[in-house]
Structures are given as structure tokens and as C-alpha cells.
Design a protein around this ligand. Structure first.
Ligand code: FCB
Length: 463
């Protein structure tokens, strides 16, 4: 099943999940350093202090990308490395990304740079973080600084990764940094994320950027009974359309505003002109997809949901259905097809799958090989799902696997492994998994084996 010519293949990572070196070369603390130090916040008391030691081993990791024949690499820059106090540039921090970008370009790997993947400078959190409206200005300054330094070599820019997670998990239910548990505050933080996205997008445009995006995480809501359509609507509004609609210039959906009115958190945060700033036109949308959500309506539309998204009422989330991954996420590739077809029509903007992947219980065998057949199958099924969406007319330009490396998986610590490459965190040895070789083969052929055809990791796995 061939993909369109020019389709972009690649792998993705995020700074805090792989870099380590959290105190090196003047880097300031981030909210994740502080959060990870809180007892019980992260599984096993883990932190990103060492992670994959990528800050020192980046050349080896770029070599891995090259070995896998990845034409594209999505990574994020650490704001606290570039601006330790959130506002003053640190030359040594900028120099690291300079070296990384040059190493990528030396190997003909196209960088796709994400400016914010959740590691806010702690100094800015102390000034209110995403709850403070000035964050939009601070983020735009930071975006401008990075673009001025790297914009001559980096063409593709993503402002925020999954503002849903950093606003709702960070400030709503508190499972992510900075660990604030206040749904009303989370709505304010979410609006400021979008405002910051808009101001940064304007700054990047003013600096000449021509390939701008945001990466949003979508979870399509599924109900067995059509009578549960209101549960689907409610979940979709707060999970998906909350972020998508304003970015597309449609403002916040009217039904969402009505659903959230009882919290009085969103409306007070919005000022005149904000929605115009947020609507800065984008060149593509990053679609992060992992799993759908099963939903059912509640008889009482004001009864709080069992799902801790801010203000969600009148619906419940049902347990996911097998097969599950080790993070308990339902494997449902058909939802990815439907999502891409729908988004393509709804946004009229080119799409890139900016994250998709899965954690499974990987084992390194005696011969030093990781035979992760379940992940090979997961990728094969989801790539066929992307292919089906393209066949159905969706404008999908690329697919970036999550993730290049096993890494620090946020509040889950080093438990779930998402990598195409296995990392032994004790000695930092990297081993390309069978899924890594499989994905390399798909990228090289620009095609995925059709269903019923053998899905093999390729010859190189046997070496
Ligand atoms: C996404 C995040 C990414 C990683 C994957 C598994 O929500 O963007 O950093 O944690 O989930």
C-alpha cells in the first residue's frame, strides 16, 4: 500500500523526555524538575535528570535516525535551557540546538521543531505560569529568539504540543506538572496556551516562517448507542474542539461555552481581540493520536462526569476495550482513519500525524534483540489506517512515530516504553527494536504491507 510521493516519514521526541543534563551549561529548572521531586508525583520517584542522556549523546542519536533512514525528525527545544529564567537567552543553551540542527542537516534529516513540549521554566511558574496572561508575551519572545537563531536552517515549526495535556493535566487534575488541581484554573490556563500559540505564530510569521503548526491530541469519542450522541458531543467539545476550533478561527464552540458556563473559568479569561490572535493561519496541523474514548450519557445532564476534564458533566467514560497497550489505551486504528478524514474536511488544512505509537512489555532477548511483534503490528495497522484516510481523500502529508527512543514517560516515569529504539537506562545502550527496522523499511519503500501480507521487521533485524 503505497503512500503519495513526498510523504514525510520520521520519528519524534521531546526535550524533557530524553535530554537529561538538567543542570548543565546554565539550564534553569523547569516545572517538571520541581514536580518530579514531589514525593508520589512520578512513578518510582523518577525524573528527567538523566533520561536518555541525549544532551551528551545527541550525535549517536542522530546517527540512529540516519541508520533508520528517517528523512524527518521532530524534537522540542527546552525553554529553560534557552532561557533559564524564562526571559533571558542563554548562549550555551541555544548553541546546543544549533549543533543538533547542524548534525541533522549533515545527514539530510529535516528538523521539525516544537517550541513547547511541557517544560516551562520554573521561574515563570513562580510568576503564575500558564495562569498568568503575560505568558503569551513571554512565549512569543522565546519563539522569536529560537527562530532568529535557527530559522535559517529549520523550516517546520510547531508552537505547542498538546495544550490539552499541559493545561488540563497540569492545572486541572494535577497529574502533570505543575500539579495544580483546579478545573476553573485549568480553563484559564488553556485559554492562555491558545493565546500564547497565536502570539508566537505571529512572531514566527513576522520572522518569515512559512511552515507553521500546532500539535493537538485528539481522542475521538465512540458510543455504541446512537442515543448517546450528547455524550459524544460533550466529550468531543472539551477534549478536541476546545483547542481546534479557536485555532481554525472559529472561536470557542457555542455548545462548549454553554457546557462550561457553570465553572465560570473560560469566559473571564477571554479579552477582546484574543480570538483574532489565536486564529493566525497555520500551514499544517499536527495530529497526535493514540486512542479513542468510549462514552455513555448520564440521565442527569448536570451530574459530574467520572472523567476529570474541566467542567465535564452529563456523560461517563466507559472502560477501554481490548486489545489494550501497557498504558491501558485501546488499540483502535479505524478511529485514526475516521479522525483524519474528518479533520481534513473540517480544517481544510494539510495534516501531519505528529505522534502515534504504543507501549508494550519489551524484552531484550539473549541475542540482544527486541522482538516487539505487538508494536510491529500496531504500526502496521495504524499506517494502513492512515493510508485508508488518504485513499478516502484526507490531505495527510506525513507520519512521525512516537517515539525514536524509550524515554521518561511523564508521570509514569520509565515504565512504559514507546521507542522504536530500546534504551537501557542503566548504561544508555541503544538497541533498534524489530519495530524500528520495520518502520525503517516502510519509510524506505514509502509503503506499508497490506493486511494479510507478512509484516516482518526486515532483513536488518537479523544482523
Ligand atoms: C503524548 C505526549 C508524548 C508522549 C506520548 C505517549 O501525549 O505528547 O510526550 O508522552 O503521549
Amino acid at each position: 500500500m503505497a503512500f503519495p510521493s513526498g510523504f514525510l516519514w520520521g520519528a519524534a521526541t521531546a526535550a524533557y523526555q530524553i535530554e537529561g543534563a538538567t543542570a548543565e551549561d546554565g539550564r534553569g529548572p523547569s516545572i517538571w524538575d520541581v514536580f518530579a521531586a514531589v514525593p508520589g508525583a512520578v512513578e518510582g520517584g523518577a525524573s528527567g535528570a538523566t533520561a536518555c542522556d541525549h544532551y551528551r549523546r545527541y550525535r549517536e542519536d542522530v546517527d540512529l535516525l540516519s541508520t533508520l533512514g528517517m528523512p524527518t525528525y521532530r524534537f522540542s527545544t527546552a525553554w529553560p535551557r534557552i532561557m533559564p529564567d524564562g526571559r533571558t537567552p542563554n548562549p550555551a543553551g541555544l548553541a546546543f540546538y544549533d549543533r543538533l540542527v547542524d548534525a541533522l542537516l549533515d545527514r539530510d534529516i529535516t528538523p521539525v521543531l516544537t517550541l513547547y513540549h511541557w517544560d516551562l521554566p520554573q521561574a515563570l511558574q513562580e510568576r503564575g505560569g500558564w495562569v498568568e496572561r503575560d505568558i503569551a508575551l513571554w512565549f512569543a519572545e522565546y519563539a522569536g529568539t529560537v527562530h532568529t537563531r535557527l530559522g535559517d536552517r529549520v523550516k517546520h515549526w510547531t508552537t505547542l504540543n498538546e495544550p490539552f495535556c499541559s493545561a488540563f493535566l497540569g492545572y486541572g487534575n494535577g497529574v502533570h506538572a505543575p500539579g495544580v488541581k483546579n478545573p476553573r484554573t485549568a480553563l484559564r490556563a488553556a485559554h492562555h496556551h491558545l493565546l500564547a500559540h497565536g502570539q508566537a505564530a505571529q512572531a514566527l510569521r513576522a520572522g518569515g516562517a512559512t511552515s507553521l503548526s500546532i500539535a493537538l491530541n485528539f481522542s475521538p469519542a465512540l458510543a455504541d448507542d446512537p442515543a448517546d450522541h450528547d455524550a459524544v458531543r460533550r466529550f468531543d467539545a472539551v477534549h478536541n474542539r476546545f483547542f481546534l476550533d479557536p485555532v481554525l478561527g472559529r472561536g470557542y464552540p457555542a455548545d462548549l461555552r454553554a457546557d462550561l458556563a457553570h465553572l465560570d473559568g473560560l469566559e473571564p479569561a477571554i479579552r477582546d481581540g484574543d480570538l483574532d490572535v489565536i486564529a493566525e493561519p497555520l500551514d499544517w496541523i499536527g495530529v497526535n493520536y493514540y486512542a479513542p474514548t468510549r462514552v455513555v450519557s448520564l440521565a442527569d445532564p448536570t451530574e459530574p462526569s467520572n472523567c476529570p476534564l474541566p467542567g465535564l458533566r452529563g456523560m461517563s467514560v466507559l472502560p477501554p476495550r481490548a486489545p489494550l497497550t501497557v498504558t491501558g489505551w485501546e488499540q483502535h486504528p479505524a478511529s485514526l482513519t475516521d479522525l483524519l478524514v474528518h479533520l481534513s474536511e473540517y480544517t481544510r488544512t494539510p495534516l501531519v500525524v505528529a505522534e502515534n505509537g504504543a507501549a508494550f512489555p519489551d524484552v531484550v532477548d539473549e541475542g540482544g534483540r527486541v522482538r516487539d511483534d505487538d508494536r510491529v503490528r500496531y504500526f502496521a495497522e495504524h499506517l494502513r489506517a492512515v493510508h485508508a484516510a488518504i485513499e478516502a481523500g484526507a490531505d495527510v502529508r506525513g507520519y512521525l512515530a512516537w517515539s525514536l527512543l524509550d524515554n521518561f514517560e511523564w508521570a509514569w516515569g520509565y515504565g512504559p516504553r514507546f521507542g522504536l529504539v530500546h534504551v537501557d537506562f542503566a548504561c544508555q545502550r541503544r538497541i533498534v527494536k524489530d519495530s524500528g527496522w520495520f518502520f525503517a523499511e516502510v519509510a524506505a519503500r514509502n509503503a506499508v504491507p497490506a493486511e494479510g501480507h507478512p509484516v516482518t521487521p526486515g532483513r536488518r533485524a537479523d544482523r
